[in-house]
Design a protein. Structure first.
Length: 467
């Protein structure tokens, strides 16, 4: 076979989630939802990803983890540094996938690729076992095929009819276009011969499954025909049995579908990763997978980890959530997202404070330590992460990043009092310490301290404090 022709620009990832809380642990032991055992105690989520930023400042091809209680707003762990990195193959990973196995532990799969050398054709994938996602053991690289092409975005699901796990991944068939392949395994070490799992007749990548949802199995994938994410379905899990049915969703060029079932409602989320212009996650929602239609989620409602790419999401218990945070730690910094421009984050640029559209480099320009106020410890000051001797202060009512000069005037200029958001009480606003009738707001995207009276000004002065 000739080498694979380029697939749509970015390989991706994987997942499967069909999670719903059961009523008791005894009942949960006998349930399977979304290709993994259902656990009554599931009340949170873990995300796996790698990182890339526009100029490479935040790029890292190891496994990163984040946690969430709502599958929408994420806390990166280990200061957004990797928790494990491959030691063989290309020495890096893309497109990680996390799944709870039948025995209750986790399996981690990933593409064997470091960077964007799409000509690097690895027939193997990275695999780890993990009891708790705090340690990773038995690293190995199972060989999936002998074709002169790649094994991108591996995912897995339990096929009860076979008594085996299916590993699906993006590859290229004999006619030269992208398809999803499958190998079967019981141990993610020894695998069966590859088969074509899904081939709609045109280039596709990035398969993501939801198994056994009201007796139907769903497969979402990136379609070259539409440039977006499309769903297929089947009453069985047999190779070749899936038929496309849904409308396509996209925000620019979109790939890497990730299906997530809410643990508290009948809502499904579909995450997608854009590769144009620079890579941003977007989310859609539906209460009926069978309908195949999706509504965009308001960007105010979700925030993904900074620089995250090609994610996987799996449900976890409250204890697992707590243990992950205890093991890896939550960030020592925050990001501030604009309420009325939720694609924009507070940053400094040339030491001027403003809100700019994510992503950008240097990305640490948007990271802040909220420390006790320099003039009043009951307030806060914004200390820059990448210029830790500098703080946000107002000067002629405009915000800039300066070094303290030892005066009380500077300390007061750099001190703010956090209050309920003026446009939304679940968000935050920041009142000036020494001009208490003025609030931190953006005007023409530049940050100032101004009086606030109109609805627009209240929205300008409202931010989320997250990661």
């Amino acid at each position: 076979m000739t080498p694979a022709k380029p697939a749509p620009p970015m390989p991706s990832r994987r997942l499967l989630l069909g999670a719903a809380a059961a009523t008791s642990l005894a009942v949960a032991a006998d349930l399977t939802l979304g290709a993994r055992p259902a656990h009554a105690a599931d009340s949170a989520y873990v995300m796996g990803y790698f990182t890339e930023s526009p100029n490479g400042v935040g790029t890292d091809y190891g496994l990163h983890l984040a946690v969430s209680t709502d599958a929408l707003n994420w806390t990166p762990l280990n200061q957004n540094n990797p928790v494990v990195t491959p030691t063989a193959g290309a020495g890096g990973l893309r497109d990680p996938f996390i799944m709870r196995k039948q025995n209750g532990g986790f399996i981690v799969l990933a593409t064997d690729l470091k960077g964007t050398d799409w000509s690097y054709n690895s027939q193997t994938i990275h695999v780890w076992d993990s009891a708790d996602l705090r340690t990773f053991t038995n690293y190995r690289r199972p060989h999936l095929h002998d074709m002169a092409t790649h094994s991108w975005a591996p995912e897995a699901f339990w096929d009860a009819s076979r008594g085996q796990y299916a590993i699906i991944y993006s590859s290229v068939n004999a006619s030269g276009h992208g398809v999803l392949m499958v190998n079967y395994t019981t141990d993610f070490t020894t695998v069966s011969a590859p088969q074509v799992f899904f081939d709609p007749g045109y280039d596709i990548i990035d398969g993501d499954m939801a198994v056994g949802v009201n007796g139907v199995n769903y497969l979402y994938f990136k379609s070259s025909a539409t440039g977006g994410l499309v769903g297929a379905r089947s009453s069985s899990l047999n190779p070749g049995s899936f038929t496309p049915f849904s409308t396509s969703v996209a925000h620019g060029g979109t790939e890497a579908p990730t299906l997530v079932k809410s643990l508290t409602s009948n809502t499904w989320y579909l995450w997608g990763d854009t590769y144009t212009p620079n890579g941003v996650f977007y989310a859609w929602q539906s209460t009926d997978l069978a309908a195949g239609t999706w509504t965009p989620v308001d960007q105010k409602l979700y925030t993904h980890p900074v620089n995250a790419k090609h994610c996987t999401i799996a449900p976890i218990t409250a204890t697992e959530y707590t243990n992950l945070v205890a093991r890896w730690g939550a960030p020592a910094w925050n990001r501030l997202k604009s309420y009325n421009y939720p694609a924009r984050y507070v940053r400094h640029a040339g030491f001027t404070a403003r809100i700019d559209t994510y992503p950008f480099d240097p990305y640490p320009d948007s990271q802040w330590r909220l420390v006790p106020g320099l003039a009043d410890s009951a307030g806060i000051s914004f200390q820059s992460v990448n210029y830790p001797t500098r703080y946000l202060r107002h000067y002629d009512y405009q915000l800039r990043l300066d070094e303290p000069d030892g005066t009380s005037g500077f300390a007061q200029d750099a001190t703010f009092h956090r209050v309920a958001g003026l446009a939304d009480a679940s968000w935050a606003s920041f009142r000036s310490h020494n001009y208490p009738t003025r609030y931190l707001r953006h005007s023409d995207y530049v940050l100032r301290v101004d009086p606030v009276s109109t609805a627009t000004e209240r929205a300008d002065a409202t931010f989320s404090v997250g990661y």
